[in-house]
Write a protein that binds this ligand. Structure first.
Ligand code: ATP
Length: 630
């Protein structure tokens, strides 16, 4: 709740709307105790008194009644009717929607066709028909306004419920023997409540307007009782001669509806869990860069096509700072494959995404370092520069191709788009290239497969399409973030050999992120091991796999089961990786390391080594000739 309020107040417009509404509601609640004139007492001798006249702060209406008093009593009534109608419509509409969406089939059909019939009438005609049948009066206007809004809630909530009704957690509740009533109350309802609240917050203003409309037509509140609509209706005849009598209730309607709408938008944003981690804004097109120190000078990386120097990326979530990448230095040359390995949460993906400014901001910020492609620093580069390079010179392959491929476009069309985004070629040429790419990634019947939708392909096929997409513009660097984790071993082996062939044939540089030492051994020339956002060891694959120097690397390798090696006890690493918002000084692995000594817990431990081999450890498993590397 506190988090919700904090987010709501951070949105200035919503806060302003909320404050205005609060003032109006407080005034409406206090109206009976305020020293106001009788709102219905007529005084025809003092008709149309101007504002600020004696005893009438806002003047009087056509019957000499005090406008301020009528305004506050009218506001009280209008708010009460609007809120009551919204609660009534939301409760009934949500119940109908949940039942239709949850039970589906004939129940859904019957209910929703009834709702469709109601929606087929213009809502104001329907409201008029209901009031005509029930008779004029504010109570009946409330029923009419609520009734015409029930279909809106029913449709919305049904849609959400249909999506939830067959989710795994609902199936699990069914399997555990819960009845329909319990499932609806404990599994479905908590998930639809935010949608109901959002729909309500954005429709209350609308219902106040509709009630005012009915009163304006004389079908709502009856004389002498005032609500905002009836005040407007009565003032209609004097609109030109005495506009004040129309302006006063009109302005109040405007203030209330604007206040509710601004607050409603804020509530919607604050209830959206995706917005909780950052400010109420969409992510920026490129990660925010806030480098107080100048980028490190370019080092001689032996012909590296992509070189990261001391890259630091953080997530700023409220007052917490998560140091996801705490100074990573890496380099990859043409035709080389560099593996980045580490436990979940060690910062591998954030390192990779930072290169092209793809970490979502907010909350991500790059705070130091450089990422040089062909000598050009990409950190802080103009968005246009990054856009030109993204997918063209530096391409990504992600773990879940279903999440990256558009579900509604044929894979061929998506490849055509990727090509035409960076090259001026005709559609026919791009289509032909798309088919060639599908052939290169060994998709059988590439011509017909180009016309398939992603859901018509297997996971392995989709991942090949992901690789084809990355290859579309013949890039220099491919960053592959666990591209084979979701695949079975045979498809995994095919994809690895495909990537291997591509880099050998085309001189591609590959940065390959994985958890899997087996995969690293097959594909990578060199490995960088990450822990808590930092590289703790790097070197040639063979050397690291046979003689790991960092105790973390040794323990990671010891966790890997080996086929055909007989029974061997797998040694899990005790404890958990540290939270990157509370990193203690010294080695982040020390609390889990059996070799840790007091010296490991103080000060900065440098990545030290010689040539290509380096380790960040004071007591490494294998001594590496010391010559500080980073
Ligand atoms: N939006 C975010 N807000 C706060 N922290 C984040 C956010 N995104 C990532 N992090 C943190 O950054 C750290 C690094 O995450 P990252 O995704 O790079 O890990 P990873 O090594 O790639 O893990 P995995 O193998 O599970 O993909 C983690 O501690 C994670 O909790």
């Amino acid at each position: 709740m506190t988090q919700f309020l904090a987010l709501l107040l951070r949105n200035r417009l919503a806060a302003a709307g909320g404050i205005v509404l609060l003032v109006v509601v407080v005034l409406a609640v206090l109206t009976p105790v305020l020293p106001l004139a009788n709102p219905d007492a007529t005084d025809t001798a003092n008709r149309f008194q101007p504002a600020l006249s004696r005893a009438h702060l806002l003047g009087t209406d056509h019957l000499g009644r005090d406008l301020l008093s009528r305004l506050l009593w009218g506001t009280r009534l209008s708010l009460a009717v609007g809120f009551a109608a919204a609660i009534f419509a939301a409760t009934l509409g949500a119940a109908i929607g949940i039942i239709a969406g949850y039970f589906g089939g004939r129940t859904d059909n019957l209910i929703m066709r009834g709702v469709d019939m109601l929606m087929a009438f213009p809502y104001i005609l329907l409201a008029l028909a209901i009031v005509a049948a029930l008779g004029p009066g504010l109570g009946n206007a409330l029923i009419a306004v609520a009734a015409v809004n029930i279909p809106f809630f029913a449709r919305n909530i049904r849609g959400v419920t249909v999506g939830l009704a067959h989710k795994e957690f609902v199936d699990a509740a069914r399997l555990s023997g819960l009845g329909h009533g319990r499932i609806i109350l404990t599994e479905i309802l908590p998930n639809v409540v935010p949608v109901i609240v959002i729909a309500m917050s954005t429709t209350i203003g609308w219902m106040i307007l509709e009630t005012a409309g009915l009163s304006f037509l004389g079908l709502g509140s009856q004389p002498p009782q005032a609500d905002l609509g009836s005040m407007l209706g009565e003032a209609r005849s004097a609109l030109i001669t005495n506009p004040l009598t129309s302006i006063v209730p009109g302005a109040m309607i405007l203030v209330i509806v604007m206040g509710i709408n601004l607050l409603g938008d804020g509530v919607r944003d604050a209830l959206d869990p995706r917005l909780r981690s950052g400010a109420l804004t969409r992510p920026m097109p490129a990660t925010r860069v806030d480098r107080p120190t100048p980028p490190p000078a370019e080092t001689e990386e032996g012909g590296a096509v992509l070189a990261l120097s001391d890259l630091q990326t953080q997530f700023h979530v409220k007052k917490r700072v998560y140091k996801a990448v705490g100074g990573a230095s890496l380099a990859v040359r043409p035709g080389e494959c560099l593996g980045i390995i580490g436990e979940s949460g060690s910062g591998k993906s954030v390192t990779a995404l930072s290169v092209m400014g793809l970490v979502a901001s907010p909350p991500g910020v790059i705070t130091a370092g450089a990422a040089r492609y062909d000598g050009q620093d990409l950190i802080g580069a103009r968005y246009e520069t990054l856009r030109r390079l993204r997918g063209d010179r530096i391409a990504y392959i992600f773990q879940d191709p279903l999440a990256t491929l558009h579900p509604l476009y044929k894979v061929g069309d998506q490849l055509v788009e990727a090509i035409r985004c960076h090259r001026t070629v005709s559609k026919a040429e791009a289509w032909q290239r798309a088919i060639d790419l599908l052939k290169q990634v060994r998709i059988p019947n590439a011509e017909s497969r180009a016309s398939s939708f992603p859901h018509e392909m297997s996971g392995g096929m989709r991942q090949r399409v992901g690789i084809a997409m990355a290859m579309a513009n013949d890039p220099d660097v491919i960053i592959a973030d666990e591209p084979t984790t979701a695949l079975d071993v045979t498809v995994q082996a095919q994809i690895l050999s495909l990537l291997n062939d591509l880099r050998r044939e085309r001189g591609l540089a590959i940065v390959f992120i994985t958890h899997d030492f087996g995969v690293v051994g097959q594909l990578c020339d060199r490995i960088a091991v990450m822990y808590a956002g930092r590289i703790v060891e790097q070197g040639p694959t063979e050397a690291i796999l046979t003689t790991p120097a960092h105790p973390y690397t040794r323990r990671l390798i010891a966790c890997v089961p080996e086929l055909g090696e007989g029974r061997r006890k797998l040694e899990a690493i005790p404890g958990l990786p540290p939270a990157v918002d509370r990193l203690d000084p010294g080695c982040a692995f020390a609390p889990r390391c059996e070799k840790a000594r007091a010296a490991c817990l103080t000060g900065e431990i440098a990545l030290a080594g010689s040539g290509q081999r380096a380790v960040r450890c004071l007591f490494p498993e294998t001594e590496i000739p010391s010559e500080q590397s980073a």
